[in-house]
Design a protein around this ligand. Structure first.
Ligand code: C2E
Ligand code: CA
Ligand code: CA
Length: 792
């Protein structure tokens, strides 16, 4: 039998076959050409990548030059600090030292260096005599030393010796008392007490200069306690820099780049720049830590398929396709290749089904499978593996503010960083969204899952650099851990998830290990959350009032309104348990409005009977996020008729810091009504010291933690003194919370704290008890025995 017509050995059949091969060859050449163009494009891009890489390398170089320079300056300061151990340091000596140390040659950025001493009023004559006696000193022969501004103060911050290395901006008169300015005094005192240097930028002559204050102590080391630091304090070395000199030096080998050096801590936010930023610049930001960041800019290199290596690729690619096409035409075979492709494609599909396309990590299905395998293996080996459930904190904000593209890139970066922190045997997978799971194999018992969790938290501390975010992003995560045997993978994962929830509710950026009690807590919380929705409508809230005393005469001057929830079946519930839920659900706004109304109404009623107490109302951070707070305060005052001067709003230090500018603005609006503002739990978030001036605040409520430590630790005592002094400097009154013993009360009175509240004097009372015990007509002036409210 002859084969099919196409196989007939006639010339027509052969030419048809040739035609088919020719067509295939043309197709190959066309495909090869297209491929070459694509490859050339990719090469163009990777050339761009290389240009970017070289830019990154230059940036790192600039940043490390700057970092070294900052350290270099610090070394000089330590060296100069040695002079402070000499009790009779003179100008002559400082000049001799700086010549020997070749300061002006080695530190071109330095404009001046000074040694500053804190001189008690009693020691001033001695200091003045030394200044006048020094032949190179600031006082002209026969002249007298005077303090500027004039006046007697407990102590003065005076320059003991100073050298001017290069022309400096407006020098202050010798004898100038730097501590006459309360803010500078605060900076200097906190440098003394903390042992850390302070950077103070100051503008002058159209540019910004930098002054660095470094505290020095006897013996050359920083003592470990505040008290010891105060005792051993010798003075401060102050250096003045022209930062542009540093920047120009860092850019010397990178002429096409520009650089921004930024110092951002507390209220200090200064930017020093050098070089011209090219249009469409590539930029990168490097964190030097301690508040310094370096941002560099460089030109974007021209790339594309008609440039450089890419062009070679294009031409070469086309030539290669032609050759290959010829070869194919000659060999005329493609079957083997087709088979290979099929195998490859199948395994690709298999991989895709089990891996997350974004990060390439195992997906939920594969993770579940691996947990099952781990459980089975552990049962066999009698080991206990663990599952870590990870979830990024507030990841939604990234998507909301930077877009989903940036969110995806961040997730990818997070997954690589997490993977890099794990051992080879551990599996990491992505469950979806911003959730990851890590399996810690139980067969190597040397690694506790808690240690792995801690390591994962640690690697996240370093911020992420995303191209589209102007500042590096810090992303934290919370981790739930579940260890040991379970019937199914799902159960182990669920327990890890419960622990994760616990980690989230107890503050995030931490890990928690599963404990069956958590299950109960979560159920209670969920129930409470549900019940809270009807608490306001059901009249289940009430206010209790804790008296506030003036410590000078122990008279009651006001009360703090504190919220209570009478749950219909569970009884009294404390605010520490339900307020966080109200804050999370946002219901705190309407409940807060009710508290304001109720407290003002109650106080107005008492005023109508002749009382004059103030009422303090707690306001949560969530309420401050919203402009309606001012309206709520105004409404509460209007409907109750209470005079605004008798209302105090308490805002916690952390809430103030949340959104500094908007919060300051809202508080100013509220203050314009005549209402006062107190900072609650003060001292627990130290960062705000520098911000305080920005907020219109009247009173600092010193946190209970300091009050209760005051009898046992000299450091807390020193801290109370500092806080009181701070209050005085800024014109604020101080109140100590949580006074429980007479010893505490005595110390607070000695420290000149203005007011106090606490169980020693009175617990929070319901209105009837308060009325009976404290209010007109017979308000006692000494603390009576208080009758606790049931449940308090
Ligand atoms: P806070 O504002 O610091 O209120 C002082 C808390 O300390 C009160 O707890 C009070 O009962 C307690 N306290 C007072 N003196 C002493 C003492 O000598 N020793 C001890 N151990 N504790 C003392 P309370 O009433 O349980 O309130 C807890 C927190 O709940 C408050 O802390 C405040 O942050 C919040 N809170 C209470 N009521 C409201 C409210 O109406 N709105 C908002 N947003 N938060 C509120
Ligand atoms: Ca309070
Ligand atoms: Ca408080």
């Amino acid at each position: 039998m002859n084969g099919a017509a196409g196989d007939s050995p006639d010339g027509g059949g052969r030419s048809r076959r040739h035609l088919a091969w020719a067509a295939a060859t043309v197709a190959l050449v066309v495909a090869g050409g297209v491929g070459s163009v694509l490859e050339a494009g990719a090469e163009g891009r990777s050339e761009g990548d290389r240009a970017h890489e070289s830019f990154e390398a230059s940036s790192a170089n600039v940043a490390s030059t700057l970092e070294l320079a900052i350290q270099h300056d610090d070394d000089l300061v330590v060296d100069a600090g040695g002079l402070l151990t000499d009790p009779k340091l003179s100008q002559t000596e400082l000049v001799r030292w700086s010549t020997a140390a070749r300061v002006s040659q080695r530190y071109p950025e330095m404009t001046g260096l000074a040694v500053l001493e804190m001189v008690n009023d009693a020691d001033l004559p001695g200091f003045a005599a030394r200044a006048a006696a020094d032949p190179q000193g600031p006082v002209a022969p026969g002249g007298t030393f005077t303090v500027v501004p004039e006046g007697t103060r407990p102590f003065y911050c005076l320059i003991a010796a100073a050298i001017s290395i290069r022309p400096q901006p407006n020098a202050l008169p010798s004898g100038y008392d730097y501590c006459a300015d309360p803010l500078v005094r605060l900076v200097l005192l906190s440098a003394r007490d903390s042992g850390r240097g302070a950077y103070l930028p100051y503008p002058s002559d159209g540019q910004t200069w930098l002054a660095i204050q470094t505290p020095m102590y006897a013996g050359g080391v920083v003592p470990t306690t505040v008290e010891a630091r105060q005792a051993a304090f010798a003075g401060l070395v102050v250096t003045q820099l022209d930062p542009t000199v540093l920047l120009d030096r860092a850019l010397r080998d990178h002429t096409r780049m520009s650089v921004e050096l930024r110092y951002q801590v507390g209220i200090s936010d200064v930017l020093f720049t050098s070089g011209k930023t090219p249009p469409h610049a590539d930029s990168t930001t490097i964190d030097l830590h301690n508040g310094w960041t370096v941002r560099t800019f460089g030109p974007v290199e021209a790339t594309g398929i008609t440039h450089g290596v890419a062009l070679t690729w294009l031409l070469g690619g086309i030539a290669l396709s032609l050759l290959l096409g010829l070869l194919m035409f000659v060999l005329g075979t493609g079957r083997e290749r087709a088979r290979r492709q099929l195998v490859q494609r199948t395994s690709q599909l298999h991989h895709q089904a089990l891996h997350d396309p974004l990060t390439g990590l195992p997906n939920r299905a594969l993770v579940m499978d691996r947990i099952e395998q781990m459980l089975a293996r552990d049962r066999r080996l009698d080991a206990a593996g663990a599952v870590l459930f990870l979830d990024l904190d507030d990841f939604k904000n990234v998507n909301d503010t930077l877009g989903h593209g940036a969110g995806d890139r961040l997730l990818d970066a997070v997954s690589s960083r997490l993977s890099s922190a794990l051992r080879g045997g551990d599996t990491i997978g992505r469950m979806g969204g911003d959730e990851f799971v890590v399996l810690v194999d139980g067969s190597s018992p040397d690694v506790a899952p808690e240690l792995v969790a801690q390591r994962l938290l640690d690697v996240m501390r370093q911020p992420f650099e995303l191209d589209d975010a102007s500042t590096p992003l810090t992303v934290n995560l919370s981790i739930g851990i579940a260890t040991g045997d379970r019937d199914t993978a799902g159960q182990l994962l669920r327990d890890a998830d419960i622990a994760l929830y616990q980690a989230k509710t107890s503050g995030k950026n931490r890990y928690e290990t599963f404990d069956p009690q958590m299950q109960t807590d979560i159920s209670r919380r969920t129930d409470l959350e549900f019940d809270l929705r009807s608490a306001l409508a059901g009249n289940q809230y009430r206010l209790v009032y804790q008296p506030i005393y003036d410590l000078a005469d122990l008279a009651v001057v006001g009360v703090e309104a504190l919220l209570r929830w009478d749950h219909p079946t569970r009884g009294l519930i404390r605010p520490d348990e339900f307020i966080p839920i109200l804050e999370q659900t946002g219901h705190i706004r309407e409940v807060g409005r009710w508290v304001l109304q109720e407290a003002c109404q109650q106080m107005a009623t008492w005023h109508a009977r002749g009382d004059t107490l103030d009422v303090s109302v707690n306001v949560s951070g969530r309420q401050l996020d919203d402009d309606s707070l001012t309206t709520d305060v105004r409404d509460a005052l209007r409907t109750s008729g209470l005079s605004p001067t008798h209302l105090i709003i308490e805002v916690t230090e952390t809430a103030l810091m949340h959104n500094v500018e908007a919060t300051a603005e809202r508080l100013r609006d509220i203050k314009e009504l005549g209402v006062r503002v107190a900072v609650d739990d003060f001292g627990t978030g130290y960062s705000s010291l520098a911000y305080l001036r920005q907020f219109p605040v009247d009173c600092l409520k010193i946190d209970r933690a300091f009050t209760s430590a005051v009898t046992s630790s000299p450091e807390s005592r020193a801290l109370i003194d500092t806080l009181v002094q701070l209050g005085k400097d800024l014109g604020l009154s101080t109140l100590a919370e949580g006074v429980e013993t007479t010893d505490e009360m005595d110390i607070l009175r000695l420290a000149n704290v203005d007011q106090a509240q606490g169980f020693l004097m009175a617990r929070p009372l319901d209105p009837a008890s308060l009325e009976a015990q404290f209010l007109a007509p017979t308000r006692p002036s000494a603390p009576p025995v208080s009758v606790p409210v049931p449940g308090d």
